[in-house]
Each structure stands twice: as C-alpha cells, then as structure tokens.
Design a protein around this ligand. Structure first.
Ligand code: AMP
Ligand code: MG
Length: 409
C-alpha cells in the first residue's frame, strides 16, 4: 500500500507538462501561466510626475522670493506647456506632469495661500515629490517573464503596458466519468435504490476552479462494454478522472478495464482514510485517476492527487498543494495506522490558523461538510490529537501556490 507522500511523489514523477500555448484575454488570464516575455511599450512614469497635491516651482527661486505667484493649475491628465518666470509656480495635482521649468513640488500642507500668491512654509529639498520619467520602467524593459503565474497584480501590469490579450500555456483537457448502476443525473426522475451523481458536478467545479477544461463523459454503468467505450474516449484527453468502481466490490470493474485498455497502474491502494481505493495510472500522455465513489473521499482525492498534476500541466511554478499548520479547536481520536483526512473550517485568529473539524457521518456524507474550506491531514502514527495541537491542513479550492516573485526590473 502506498502512503500519501509516496503517492504524491509518484504523481510528481509522472506529471505531464503541457506545451501548447494559447492567446487569452488579459482579463481572463489570472490563474494561467505566461508563455511569452512581456515588455513595456512606454516609460513609467511617462513624464516627470507630481507625487503630491501642491505647487511645482523652481527650487532656487525660494531664496529670492518670499511668496510665489500662482500662474496656472495643472490637473492629472493635463499638461502645462508655458514657461515659468522667476518667482512663478503652478498649482499641481498628484499624477500630473511637472512643467519643464520646475524641479520641485511642495505639498499643499506645507503652504499658505494669499490670493494668487502662495507662501512656502517648509520648502523641501530640490527634486522632492517628483517621480522622474522612467523611474519605474523604461520602454522595452521586460515586465513579466515567460513562466510567470498570473495573478491580479500581473493582470494589472499587462493592462498598464497596453496589452489586451496575452499568450499563456494551455490548460489540460480533463475528462471525467462517474461509474455506477445506481447513479442518475440531477434532473432525472428518482427511482428506488438510485442516487444522484454529485461527484460529476463537484469534480466539474474543481476542474473549473483550477482554470482547466472539463469534459463530461456522463455516467457509465457497471458493465465492461460501457466502461470500455467511455474510458476509451476519456483516454483521448490529457487527464481522465473516474469516480467509483475502484474498490474490491463485485461490480468494481474499473481497474480491470483500465488495464485491458493499456493503462499502467502506478498505485491503487493508499494508506489514507478516506480514499483507500484511489488509483493512479498512465497511458501514453494521458494521466488517469480512479477517485473513490464516496463524495467526500472523491473531493479530497481530487484536491490532493489530481490538482497538483493539473497545475503541473499548466506549468504552475509551485504545483504542489500548499500545506499550512493550524491549531485544532477540539480533540480528535482516530485509529492509528493510516493518515486521516478530516473536513474542517479554518480561519485566522490572532497569531495563527484555527482548525475546526467538521463532523460528518462518514465519507458519503457530503451534506455534512458544507462550509468546509480545508482538509486536515492527521499523521498516520498518532491516534489522539488534543485540542490546541498544531495539525497540517491544505485549503480546498486553492488555485495558486502563493505570491509571485518579483522577477524583473
Ligand atoms: P463504489 O466505489 O463504486 O462502490 O462507490 C462507493 C459509494 O460512492 C457508493 O455508495 C456509491 O453509490 C457512491 N458513489 C459512487 N459514485 C458516485 C457519484 N458519482 N456521486 C455520488 N455518489 C457516488
Ligand atoms: Mg460503484
């Protein structure tokens, strides 16, 4: 049997890195990875820019003039093209271009106005409160490099250099198939003994949250022909996620059908609860996951095992699921021997995360875990966890692995 960390290592070793690039609208690019270097098409700032509301003037005039004559007002977006005679200044707003004759801006708080004249009470040193042209960037400087994970700040940078579309690495096409004779699509009339496939919709949402491309293969019945046909279609995608049919029951045909279709199984049983029957395999460039049928177990298995491979495909710089540490709010007892996953609600309190376990009736009870935002990962060897003890957890639906580095200037 495979431990959680071994499983993650196997997945990391077999993850496929996508190579297709696509053009996307900048406003839809967050969560994707840049496939080109992006350079600035302008100096930033593009002119000597006032950094305060105040007055722009020639520094040396202060020595010879007790008050200065206000000859114009320059708002952001305007430009003063006239000359400043000795003793003259302009009223200027933050973000406005400083007149070419001026070299200093005094904040309005340091001045007293007297009609069309102004007295400088505490004149700053020469050059103050002006951001010179090109201080942040010069034209042609690379602002974002290929391989950068795009977040909101990077999207803002792309807009600032005039981009409306950008090349990114294409996300994987992820097919999913629910298996089970008892499953109905939501909206189909209920029949005795039947349940609705909640996994299909939950997994679809999880794929979308990572910005990957979901493809619904529907529901396969627990018969070899149906499984073969649908799994065969699924294997034409970058990834195939199956749910159900991977345990040891009489109708759990998935592992057998996968092997018949040439999938090499890399692990099948995990020392993890819930999610013991989770399966992972490869065929050519397709990755295959057999997620457990039970909804909580399936959801957890996606977050822990499938999400890193999806992020790796998209070329995330940090594809692993980030783990955090937080304090348990109440004691938990479990059987030692397996790593145990517990749905929980975490929040920041004072100096760290609190981890509140959410009690469910078992891994089928998806109703019990609504509101959960994290999975606590309790180590295998320990049986009892006192309240207050720090435990590792990872967050549900986290699509980014942290802040991006400042890489260019
Ligand atoms: P299995 O591994 O196929 O025996 O499934 C384990 C449990 O998960 C069974 O109670 C199934 O009814 C349930 N299950 C399987 N697939 C789904 C699904 N798509 N949505 C909700 N429950 C499911
Ligand atoms: Mg089944």
């Amino acid at each position: 049997m495979t431990t959680l960390d071994e499983a993650l290592r196997i997945i990391r070793d077999h993850a496929i890195v996508g190579s297709e690039t696509v053009s996307t609208e900048v406003r839809r690019a967050a969560g994707l990875v840049l496939a080109e270097d992006v350079a600035s098409d302008m100096d930033m700032p593009a002119f000597d820019r006032a950094m305060m509301d105040g007055f722009a003037y020639r520094h040396r005039d202060v020595a010879t003039h007790e008050t200065m004559h206000i000859v114009a007002t320059v708002a952001a977006g305007e430009e003063f093209t006239g000359d400043l005679a000795p003793g003259e200044c302009v009223r200027i707003m933050t973000g406005a271009p400083v007149p070419s004759d001026a070299d200093t801006v005094i904040p309005v708080e340091e001045t007293r106005e007297e009609g069309d004249r102004v007295r400088f009470e505490a004149p700053p040193p020469e050059g103050h409160h002006i951001s010179p042209r090109g201080e942040d960037l010069v034209t042609g400087a690379v602002v974002l490099r290929e391989g950068q994970l795009l977040g909101s700040a990077e999207v803002g940078v792309l807009a600032a250099v005039g981009r409306r579309s950008v090349r990114v690495y294409g996300p994987p096409r992820v097919a999913y198939l629910s298996t089970g004779d008892e499953l109905l699509e939501p909206g189909e009339p209920l029949r005795p003994g039947m349940i609705r496939s909640s996994n299909s919709s939950a997994v679809h949402a999880q794929i979308l949250a990572l910005r990957a491309l979901p493809h619904d293969l529907g529901i396969a019945r627990d018969v070899e022909d149906d499984l073969r046909e649908k799994i065969g279609r699924g294997l034409e995608h970058d990834m195939l996620l199956l749910s159900g049919g991977v345990s040891r029951g009489r109708y759990d045909l998935v592992p057998d059908v996968l092997e018949k279709l040439g999938v090499q199984l890399l692990f099948h049983r995990l020392l993890v609860k819930p999610g013991h029957p989770t399966l992972f395999g490869v065929r050519d460039r397709a990755l295959v996951y057999g997620l457990p049928g039970n909804p909580i177990a399936a959801l957890f298995a996606f977050e822990l095992y499938a999400a890193p491979a999806i992020r790796a495909f998209m070329r995330h710089p940090r594809p692993s699921t980030t783990r955090y540490l937080g304090e348990l709010t109440e004691s938990i007892t479990k059987r030692p021997g397996k790593e145990t996953l517990v749905p929980c609600f975490t929040e920041w309190r004072d100096a760290g995360f609190l981890v509140r376990p959410i009690r469910t009736h078992g891994s089928a009870d998806i109703f019990g875990m609504t509101g959960a935002n994290a999975i606590a990962i309790l180590p295998a060897d320990v049986g009892h966890f006192e309240a207050g003890r720090p435990v590792p957890f990872c967050r549900l639906g986290e699509s980014e692995g942290g802040f991006s580095r400042k890489e260019t200037r």
